[in-house]
Write a protein that binds this ligand. Structure first.
Ligand code: NOJ
Length: 768
């Protein structure tokens, strides 16, 4: 048994990497990472000295807010007790944080109760503000399609202002789990399959939420979650086990957390899942050695909802006290909803089964977080009814929600330049269950969203059309069922129209937590509708609604025009109209690959090289890597997306040799060869040709937008940083291995330009 009482399995533990520890320490020293205010330490120590064990356990416990509840939030009801009992618990010092309540008046009542407790320790209020608080933005996966960290930062800042105005100090976002299996419903909450994009957006969203100074009344503490590996659940099944190599953990799943912590995030939530046989909630290696040691995280680690008690169901804890003991010793500072810490920590300490130092350390972190938010100085910060009225659902935040929504849309196909549509002179049939529907605009986690604010497709289109009477709307079917006569009415409407807009896809409750799917296709009733409408011969524009990449089939896959429109939030109708009629150029690119078939999952564009790769020009060559009925490729891979103009890449310039430790200057000429002004995304991937471990066939290392007038061209530079060439070597350390690298520069999914360079030891680079 270890000195600190931990008896969990330790054989999977890894030694800390000195370089990572030093890097993390440097981050803290540079004042970038979250760190409690310097002058708070003495105040916190004095408070801890005055606290009973029961009060300490109270600070380490958080509960669903029953004092100011809001609508639908995805969490099973566990240990509900009503507002009055909750206020009593707060007065007794048994609650440290409340979550998922909304509104200033209720928060003030709860805070007043906290200030009646013996030590007057203020509450902190948290919530799942995943893509907007009152004003609902596109789901994070959609926002990721903008490939624009500055936009994500702006959106998070605006959302934080509205969140704080509603009496919330802390959001359980961003979710930074890398997701390569589209069966997993929570793909919707993150930035998709790519490590670089995920890391950049994680940092941007943390900066936006926290606003540079957590004491600001409009700052909201960020929670990159779920630490770590949740996106790799086996079979894409929600809450299932995760098994992964150390290299996969470090190269794919840790980087977005490292980026978010480096940007100052002050909290994280541990993943629900089993990780290599030890549930994360009980996994001291992950929560202490990696999180605290390697990543130098100084904030608060919260268990997920009831996850400490779930250690019993996992089969690693015998009973509630055992589960609480596992969690605190692993590194869970705060217990969410189960009440295990309040019920059992004091007795565990008195029995010598948990060292009081472990409890004190967690309490210190929670109090430091409250200090960092300025709650001791002003327990009523962000609880101003005037601000709540003035800063909620403002015209500015609605305009930004619309801008983000238009930037999230991805044009995947546009045969014969069917789009953009003219605003006048066409009869349009809007067909499908999402045409005149506000129930499925937001997708998962719309928390306190205003249901009356949603703009459906029909409303948005009519507002943009010169003659609103030229639009007819037919549902055709329900999300998952036929409607009597629905297909017939839809076919008749299609016959009367010049163009059909087919609004089909997933319902709002088909992705998100608890919504894994074995078949990631368009629901059968809608597919039947699509086939019938396509058979009319009218040109069809598919407006796909979805919280993940889908495996498209038949008439949906083959429609001449296809827009990925995700769940775009309350401004859906306006944003889709903006792009359809060309007021805004489509600039989104896929953050997740659309496969040919569900059975390809998990799949990502940066999969590792096989020994028998299929040639690009013969993807189904016998004896080569593919499925019997699908190539080892995606229908629309990561990065796919078109605009209304066309661009060409030429003149790729990369030095022949670079010294290890130096950046690689990549330059390429981009020309707008179409007839409209437009914006494109240029990206540079690398492939490390020979390494001590197998490497991805390609992995994105730089990306940049460029906007050009017709005929104009520009040299775009895409510097690849020295650290971007590092890999986890066969020895398990992080290094650049000398040798040849390919640089693959591309626009969307078009045929790329490829150049190569050699990385050589310093001093032998010579001239490139
Ligand atoms: C469970 C989810 O996994 C987590 O993401 C969320 O923040 C908590 N519930 C709180 O609602």
């Amino acid at each position: 048994m270890r000195a600190d009482g931990y008896t969990g399995v330790t054989d999977a533990q890894h030694t800390l990497r000195r370089r990572d520890v030093l890097r993390a320490a440097a981050m803290v020293a540079a004042g970038v990472a979250f760190a409690p205010p310097a002058d708070a330490a003495a105040r916190i120590s004095a408070l801890i000295a005055a606290m009973t064990l029961e009060e300490k356990a109270g600070q380490l416990s958080c509960f669903n807010d029953e004092i100011r509840p809001v609508g639908a939030v995805f969490n099973p009801v566990v240990a509900a007790r009503g507002a009055a009992a909750m206020l009593d618990d707060i007065r007794a010092g048994r609650v440290g944080m409340l979550f998922n309540g909304y509104g200033v008046a209720g928060a003030r009542r709860a805070q007043e109760a906290a200030l009646e407790s013996r030590l007057r320790i203020p509450l902190v209020f948290a919530a799942d503000v995943i893509h907007g608080c009152r004003t609902i933005f596109p789901i994070p996966l959609a926002e990721a399609a903008a490939f624009d960290p500055a936009l994500s930062e702006r959106a998070a800042r605006a959302v934080a202002r509205e969140t704080a105005a509603g009496g919330i100090h802390w959001t359980f976002a961003p979710m930074v789990d890398v997701a390569r299996d589209q069966r997993w419903g929570r793909v919707a909450e993150g930035a998709g399959e790519d490590v670089l994009l995920g890391s950049r957006l994680a940092a941007a969203r943390v900066r936006g939420f926290q606003g540079g100074d957590l004491c600001r009344a409009d700052a909201v503490l960020a929670t990159p979650k779920h630490f770590v590996g949740y996106g790799a659940v086996r079979g894409g099944m929600e809450y299932a086990a995760v098994d992964m190599s150390d290299a996969e953990l470090r190269e794919t799943h840790l980087p977005p957390f490292a980026a978010a912590f480096a940007a100052g995030a002050g909290a994280t939530i541990a993943s629900f899942t089993d990780f290599n046989g030890i549930p994360v909630t009980a996994n001291r290696h992950l929560l202490t050695d990696v999180l605290r040691g390697e990543l130098a995280f100084a904030g608060v680690c919260v268990s997920d909802y009831d996850a400490d008690r779930e250690l019993i169901a996992h089969g690693v804890a015998a009973d509630e006290p055992d589960a609480a003991r596992h969690a605190i010793l692993a590194g869970i500072d705060m217990s969410m909803q189960s009440g295990l810490y309040v019920r059992h920590l004091p007795a565990l300490v008195r029995a010598g089964r948990v060292p009081v130092e472990a409890v004190d350390q967690a309490v210190r972190r929670v109090l430091a977080l409250k200090e960092a938010l300025g709650l001791f100085d002003d327990p009523f910060r962000s609880l101003d009814a005037g601000v709540e009225t003035r800063a909620t659902a403002t015209p500015a935040i609605k305009a930004l929600a619309r801008e983000v929504a238009t930037r999230s849309i991805v044009l995947l196909r546009n045969d014969g330049e069917l789009l953009p549509l003219p605003r006048a002179g066409r009869r349009i049939a809007l067909i499908g269950p999402f045409g005149a529907d506000t129930a499925n605009l937001n997708g998962p986690w719309s928390f306190a969203g205003d249901p009356r604010a949603g703009v459906d497709l029909a409303t948005g289109l009519r507002a943009a059309m010169a003659d609103a009477g030229a639009l007819t709307v037919e549902a055709g079917c329900a999300v998952d069922a036929d409607l009597p006569g629905g297909v017939e009415r839809a076919v008749a409407a299609a016959h009367r129209a010049d163009v059909v807009l087919l609004a089909i896809g997933e319902g709002g409750d088909m992705s998100g937590e608890g919504n894994s799917r074995v078949s990631i296709t368009v629901p059968a009733a809608q597919q039947r509708l699509a086939e019938a409408v396509a058979a009319t011969g009218k040109p069809v524009v598919v407006l796909l609604r979805h919280g993940r990449a889908l495996a498209l089939e038949g008439a949906v896959r083959d429609a001449p025009a296809l827009l990925a429109t995700w769940f775009l939030g309350e401004q859906t109708g306006h944003a889709v109209a903006d792009v359809l009629f060309g007021r805004v150029e489509p600039t989104g690119r896929l953050p997740v690959s659309f496969p040919f078939a569900t059975g390809q999952q998990p799949w990502s564009y940066d999969r590792r090289a096989t020994g028998r790769p299929a040639p690009a020009d013969a993807p189904m060559a016998p004896g080569r890597s593919h499925w019997r009925d699908a190539p080892d490729a995606a229908l629309y891979p990561f990065g796919s997306g078109l605009g209304y103009t066309r661009f060409r890449l030429t003149d790729l310039n990369v030095p022949a040799r670079i010294a290890i430790g130096a950046a690689v200057p990549v330059a390429v000429r981009v020309t707008n060869v179409g007839a409209r002004r437009g914006t494109t995304l240029v990206r540079a991937d690398i492939h490390d040709r020979v390494a001590s471990r197998t490497q991805p066939v390609r992995r994105m290392k730089a990306f940049r937008h460029v906007t050009l007038d017709p005929g104009a061209s520009s040299i775009v530079t895409l510097p690849i940083m020295a650290r971007d060439l590092t890999i986890i070597t066969a020895r398990g350390d992080r290094a650049v291995e000398p040798g040849m690298f390919d640089v693959i520069v591309a626009l969307g999914d078009q045929a790329p330009l490829v150049a190569s360079f050699e990385a050589v030891a310093r001093g032998s680079a010579g001239t490139g």
